[in-house]
Ligand binder design. Structure first.
Ligand code: TK8
Length: 359
């Protein structure tokens, strides 16, 4: 539902900086790093690589994917080019990964949560409050432990190259402000119906908090909220803003309950068609795009929260005690999933986290 003043505000912002009225402005984002490295002048074949994304054109993910395309094109003298399809127009994360397997899509950058179908250990990222600071989260993403999980895609028909940041997930809803798990569960009134990613650990988190969790593909979330099928959802502020969720969600709570990254991946069929020199180029470009995306996502996060407030979302900042109450309420998730995900893996990740916080 577009209320007139929201539209006016969005259009004023758009007019000011000359962007589409769908989205008013972007924060002061870093320019992409200069494209460096060897240019392959030999003709090793021409390829157009189609990349499907769940998020919108305004997202850090989209911007970095365009940069990925620029790197490939510049360093192959235009023989490699990238077409990006945003907004889940080719399918949701799960469908696009299946398309990589069959070779009907070349690349996608899904969340780790639906990718646990292929690599169950990736569910470690679904554990709530595992990565308490961004510094710790990035250290984990760059660690051999996490990179080793990407090798486990071997044999699935998918090649995984690097992690991108999705960001700390925050709760929004259209019913009431949330300051505590009791507000989620509702006590005297009904619990909130919350869309979760399609992943059993995510489901457990919202069950533990007393919500009515409803797993759903990301592309369906806006209309489900608009139609009142669900009360709310959880995603990083940048996604909430760039997906216009504030148009249908009045309340936000800064819960920071989960940090699940994205993975940049390619169909093995596409990979096998590329000359080894192009394969190496794709690998390098994926890493450079990942680093740029992490920077953009970091720059976007708090700015997006402030923008949402300006556009009328009432956002509750939670203090340490309030966060601790959420953390305590989701403890059963560790008891239930820890043994299945692997206590050793969890301990290794926690070791990396500790090494960043004890310095
Ligand atoms: C976009 C999704 C999305 C994720 C979700 O394809 O499903 O909520 O956070 O960003 O991967």
């Amino acid at each position: 539902m577009h209320t007139p003043w929201k539209l006016t505000l969005a259009m004023t912002g758009a007019a000011l900086i000359g962007m589409s009225p769908v989205f008013a402005a972007a924060p002061d984002l870093s320019d992409p790093p200069p494209i460096e490295g060897e240019v392959i002048t030999e003709d090793l074949g021409s390829h157009t690589i189609r990349v499907g994304l769940g998020l919108a054109e305004t997202s850090p993910l989209y911007i970095s994917t365009r940069y990925f395309g620029d790197i490939l094109s510049e360093r192959s003298e235009g023989r490699l080019s990238v077409n990006v399809f945003p907004n889940s127009q080719l399918g949701d994360d799960a469908q696009m990964m299946e398309m990589l397997q069959t070779g009907s899509l070349d690349m996608t950058i899904p969340s780790t949560s639906p990718a646990t179908t292929y690599v169950p250990e990736l569910a470690v990222f679904d554990l709530p409050f595992l990565l308490p600071t961004r510094e710790a989260a990035i250290a984990v993403l760059e660690s051999d432990v996490a990179l080793g999980l990407l090798d486990k895609f071997d044999g699935t028909g998918i090649k995984a190259f690097a992690y991108h940041e999705n960001g700390y997930r925050q709760l929004t809803n259209s019913v009431r402000p949330v300051e505590s798990p009791d507000d989620v569960a509702g006590l005297d009134v009904r619990g909130l119906t919350i869309r979760t990613m399609e992943n059993p650990v995510q489901l457990s988190i919202w069950e533990a908090l007393g919500a009515n969790p409803t797993p759903m593909a990301f592309g369906e979330v806006f209309s489900a909220m608009e139609q009142g099928v669900i009360d709310g959802q959880e995603n990083p502020w940048s996604t909430i803003l760039t997906s216009n969720f504030h148009e249908v969600q009045d309340y936000g709570a800064e819960t920071r309950h989960v940090y699940t990254p994205f993975i940049i991946m390619m169909s093995e069929r596409t990979w096998d068609r590329l000359d080894p020199a192009y394969q190496e180029l794709v690998r390098e470009a994926a890493q450079e795009a990942a680093a740029y995306e992490i920077q953009l996502a970091t720059e976007y996060d708090d700015w997006a929260r402030d923008q949402l407030e300006e556009r009328g979302m009432q956002i509750t900042r939670l203090d340490d005690d309030q966060i601790a109450a959420f953390q305590e309420a989701v403890q059963p998730v560790y008891d239930q999933w820890g043994p299945r995900i692997g206590e050793d893996l969890i301990a290794e990740i926690q070791g990396i986290v500790d090494s960043t916080t004890s310095e």
